[in-house]
Design a protein around this ligand. Structure first.
Ligand SMILES: Cc1cc2nc3c(=O)[nH]c(=O)nc-3n(C[C@H](O)[C@H](O)[C@H](O)COP(=O)(O)O)c2cc1C
Length: 186
C-alpha cells in the first residue's frame, strides 16, 4: 500500500517563521501518528515567479512543483500568517492558480498565526470559506496560534499542543486503516 503524503504550505515569506514552524510541527505530529510521509513548503520555496504570474503556465519550475505537490497531497496542512485580519495576498494568489476541481474532497487541516488573539477567527472567517469554495474537507478543528504560543519560533504552549492533538485526531477519519491501535490496558 502506498504511504499517504502530507503536504504543508506556510503562506509566509519570512524565515524564521512561526507559521512554517507551526505547519511543520503539525505535519510531524500527523506523520508520527499515522505513519505518513510529509513535505513542507513556504512562499520562499514557491519563489518570485509567483508574483509576476497571471496564469499557472507562467510559473517557473520551482513554483509549478509546489502547486503539483499541493494538488497531489493526500492531506494538506495549510498555515497562513494573519496580515490585516486575513491571509497574505501572495498566498491567495498561489491558491487562485489552483483549478476549482483540484482540491475537491481533500482533507485540509487549517492553521494560522497572528500577533495576538484578536484575529483568532481568521481561520473560520477567511481560510475555511476559501477551501469551502474548492469543496475540500476542512477538518472541524482549526488551529490558531499567537506570538505567545511560541518560544524561539517553536511551538511552546500546552494549550496549542492540545488543540493540535484535537485536529490531528480528526485526520484519522479519512484513513480508517491507518488509525493506530492502542493497547486497551494502557
Ligand atoms: C503586514 C503585516 C500585517 C499583520 N497583520 C496582523 C493582523 O491583522 N492581526 C494579527 O494578529 N497579527 C498581524 N500581524 C502579525 C503576524 O500575523 C504574526 O507575527 C505572524 O505570526 C507572523 O508569522 P511568520 O512568523 O510566519 O511570518 C501582521 C504582520 C505583518 C507583517
Amino acid at each position: 500500500m502506498r504511504t499517504p503524503n502530507i503536504v504543508g504550505i506556510a503562506g509566509s515569506f519570512k524565515r524564521p517563521s512561526k507559521t512554517r514552524s507551526l505547519v511543520s510541527h503539525v505535519a510531524e505530529v500527523v506523520s508520527g501518528r499515522y505513519g505518513f510521509d510529509f513535505d513542507v513548503y513556504d512562499m520562499i520555496d514557491v519563489g518570485p515567479s509567483l508574483g509576476a504570474a497571471l496564469w499557472r503556465k507562467q510559473l517557473d519550475e520551482k513554483a509549478q512543483h509546489v502547486l503539483q505537490e499541493i494538488v497531489a497531497a493526500d492531506v494538506l496542512i495549510i498555515g497562513a500568517p494573519t496580515y490585516r485580519g486575513s491571509y497574505p495576498g501572495l498566498f491567495k494568489h498561489l491558491i487562485d492558480l489552483i483549478d476549482p476541481h483540484e482540491l475537491k474532497s481533500k482533507p485540509i487541516l487549517i492553521t494560522a498565526t497572528g500577533g495576538g488573539d484578536r484575529h483568532a477567527l481568521m481561520v473560520e472567517h477567511q481560510l475555511r470559506p476559501l477551501f469551502g469554495f474548492f469543496m475540500a474537507h476542512t477538518l472541524p478543528t482549526a488551529v490558531y496560534a499567537s506570538d505567545r504560543d511560541f518560544r524561539d519560533y517553536a511551538v511552546a504552549s500546552e494549550h496549542l499542543s492540545k488543540r493540535i492533538e484535537e485536529a490531528v485526531n480528526e485526520v484519522g477519519v479519512f484513513f480508517p486503516r491507518r488509525v493506530p491501535t492502542f493497547d486497551a490496558a494502557e
